[in-house]
Structures are given as structure tokens and as C-alpha cells.
Design a binder for this molecule. Structure first.
Ligand SMILES: [Zn+2]
Length: 229
């Protein structure tokens, strides 16, 4: 099957997921051609027909320091994008544990939400960009829309989509300040394993990384199967 995938133009996310599951190998050993194909499909369907080849960097190994550095870089990039466009910004990232955040699972999840959010705002999108960094896939959008409307949609997606708990959708106003759930009179997000406030659990080492990965994979498989039927 794997050799067919690279030749075939039509490839579903479920095919990729199955291949990933059946490979019985660590994620980073997975056929890089297939991973590249997936990323290319997200890019071309959601971002631009002029594909810029970001799949070349997905096999890179990252450290904790890389994640901290790329996070800081993202924040400053967001700041100058907002200053440039004077409009609200959305940053979408996948909540995936461990150091290898660029993999089939995280990119399939990113594809689901890229398509959804881009479709919601369509002609109001002034800028869009997909990157593969130490933080995993990052989608950045500048949207010509009321920031509270954007935040409400983000919360709705995070809370009600079947895979919503596995993404972070940050929303910033044209003053560069991030909108919080609290500002809209809502409680902060809950941990998807135990249901307590998420910031108590995130990075606390309370859970085994493999346990979380398995949890995410099972939910993703359920989602993709339902989509097929
Ligand atoms: Zn928890």
C-alpha cells in the first residue's frame, strides 16, 4: 500500500492514519514521502497552490530549547503581523505531547481545523500561512472581522468539535493583546484526560506521554472512521 500512496493522487486522511498505525514503528520512522504528501495536500487545499515545500523540514529533530525558541519567534512574528495588517490574528496549534510534534497525527488534526476555520472566514482572510516548527504545525491567519466574533467561534470549535480539545486556537486583537475566555465570562479550558483546569495538568508530568498520544490517536481514528461512513 505504501508505494501506491505516493503515486496515487487521491489519498484520504484515513489511509494515512491506517498506514501510521499499521507501521508498528516509531512515528519518525514513518514513510517520509507519505508525510510530505499529507502536508502538501493541506498546503495546497488550504493555503496556496504555490506550494513552498515545507515538508523538507518535518524530519528535523527538536529539543525542549527549540520549542521555547520557536514559541518566542512565533510571538514576535505575530506581533509584527498584527502591526502590519492592523487586524485580528488567529494562531492554531495542535495540542500534541512530547518533542516530535510534526507527525501524521498532528498534521491530520491541523488539516481538519485549517479547512474548517478558513471556510468560516473565507473572503475575510487577509493573510494565511502554515509552518512546521518545533511547536508542531502552526497555522496563522489575519482576519478582517470583529475580534469577539472570532474568539467566540474559536471557543465554539475548541469546546464542541469532536477533536476540538486537541487544538489551541489563540485569538489576538488588532492591539496585539490576546483575548481570554475569562474576558467573555467563560471558565478556562479543562484537561481532556481528567477534566480539571488544563493549566494544572499541562506540562505537569502527571501523564505518560505515550498514554496521551494513544488517547489522541484513538479519538482521531474514531473521527476519521465516522467521516468515512
Ligand atoms: Zn488532567
Amino acid at each position: 500500500m505504501s508505494s501506491d500512496l505516493t503515486e496515487n493522487n487521491f489519498i484520504t486522511e484515513y489511509d494515512i492514519f491506517k498506514e501510521h498505525k499499521d507501521s508498528n514503528e516509531s512515528i519518525d520512522k514513518l514513510d517520509s514521502k507519505m508525510k510530505g504528501k499529507l502536508i502538501k495536500s493541506i498546503y495546497m487545499e488550504c493555503i496556496s497552490k504555490n506550494y513552498n515545500g515545507i515538508d523538507s523540514i518535518i524530519s528535523k529533530k527538536y529539543t525542549m530549547e527549540d520549542i521555547v525558541r520557536d514559541r518566542e519567534e512565533r510571538m514576535s512574528r505575530q506581533e509584527w503581523l498584527i502591526r502590519d495588517y492592523l487586524s485580528p490574528l488567529i494562531s492554531i496549534r495542535v495540542n500534541y505531547p512530547g518533542l516530535n510534534k510534526n507527525n501524521c497525527v498532528s498534521f491530520i488534526i491541523m488539516k481538519v481545523f485549517s479547512a474548517l476555520v478558513i471556510d468560516k472566514f473565507k473572503d475575510k482572510i487577509m493573510y494565511k500561512d502554515l509552518q512546521a516548527t518545533a511547536e508542531g504545525p502552526v497555522l496563522t491567519l489575519i482576519i478582517n472581522e470583529d475580534v469577539y466574533k472570532i474568539k467566540k467561534l474559536a471557543i465554539n470549535v475548541e469546546d464542541n468539535h469532536f477533536l476540538g480539545r486537541f487544538v489551541d486556537i489563540d485569538v489576538f486583537g488588532n492591539n496585539g493583546v490576546e483575548l481570554s475566555r475569562r474576558e467573555l465570562g467563560l471558565e478556562s479550558r479543562r484537561c481532556y484526560i481528567c477534566g480539571q483546569e488544563a493549566y494544572n495538568c499541562a506540562g505537569s508530568g502527571r501523564y505518560d506521554v505515550d498514554e496521551i498520544k494513544e488517547y489522541i490517536e484513538n479519538k482521531l481514528e474514531e473521527y476519521l472512521k465516522n467521516k468515512l461512513s
